[in-house]
Write a new protein. Sequence first.
Length: 460
Amino acid sequence: MMIQLLKPEFDELIESKDWVALKESLQDVPSVDIAELLEELETEVAVVIFRLLKKSKAADVFTYLSTAKGLELLEVFSKKQLSDVMNNLEPDERVALMEELPGHLTQRVLNTLHRDDIAQVLRLLGYPPESVGRLMTTNYVKVKKDWSIDKSFEHIRKYGQTAETVNVIYVVNEQEKLIDDLRLNQLIVADPKSYIRDIMDDSFEALSAFDDQEEAVRMLSKYDRVALPVVDSDGVLVGIVTVDDVLDVAEEETTEDMQLMAGMSALDNVYSQTNMFTMVRKRVGWLILLFLGQMFTVTAMAGYESTLEAAAVLALFIPMIISSGGNSGAQAATLIIRSISTDDLKLADWLSVLKKELMSGFFLGSVLGVMGTIVLSTWMVLRGDPFSFIVFMQALTVGTSLVCVVMFGNISGSMLPFIMSKLGFDPAVTSAPFVATLVDVTGILIYFSIAVALLSGVVL
């Protein structure tokens, strides 16, 4: 909102090239708003504005830029600008950038870093992709248990300026293994002459550097922390992950799940930065698969061609039957996928979910079935068919089919995510279109099987 209010003023200053006034105006503008301004400017002008910012703020602004805009600027930055930005980024931000860089820029960026920073980046890049090790920062404050509170505060004042956060202070032993974490307020209220060991409880929660990044999202949410320590396989403290780091991960994971649930492969980048050919490639495979799946629906219907000839009115209600099953299946799949993603449900909970969805499917189907029987009987009478036993049985066929198809949709939609998880796939792969296609095929079989059972000797 702030940038929208100030944009006319900035545009005027840029147009008149009043860089002194612009520099003063930008001092109190949040970094995220400056990044939003730069996104709309030509690269040559954006580079000039970068020169007006303090080094630390310029680096902060850079972290809010889109990947495409960031790469544009890196291409034209002077060596000094590149050095200022890269050396003021947090370690995890450097790693995230290095993962995106094209080959010709990688070495140029590495050449601007200090030797220790290069070693740090390469070490973090050594962790598996999508792991906590790629996400963590190595800027944190650690103390020893035999330090006094006074000495600990001297240490915090000395190194806290460069730390990602000082809300949590980490206690390590002589081998640098994590043995406790302390909230800053614990130190503040402690006797200055007491020792760290006096306020320790030897209890902490930590992430492994090799954990998936989704685990960091889950742990921070579960324990309501602003930061969590990261340890290696030997328990040595190697970094921390803060809540602002995982917000982007949570957003990316949610976006990926939504795309998978829509029946397509997850995009590698945001929509606005994905070209048409990549978009087609990500979507066409699923569309072909779902199209071929619908061929089973055609095959199922072909098997009941004689039934359709004898009772052509049944064909009118096919879309209603299969869409009701598909809708209930999509609802169940969405609920279960989200519950698995948030750890509300475990794989071992499949039986209780099956029982719940079986009963809820029965009640949902019964509501639709009773309503369908009444509505369709009325509809056939209103269109000119006299009410008769045949009309009632045809409506009852549709109503009974609704009960069974909705039940099947509920069961398949709820169980497929468990099956996919058990097989090691993302449960979101059991997308709504996939469930709908499955229910289409089985819905036809259920519908016509019930029609044969109820209408034999009546109209068949």
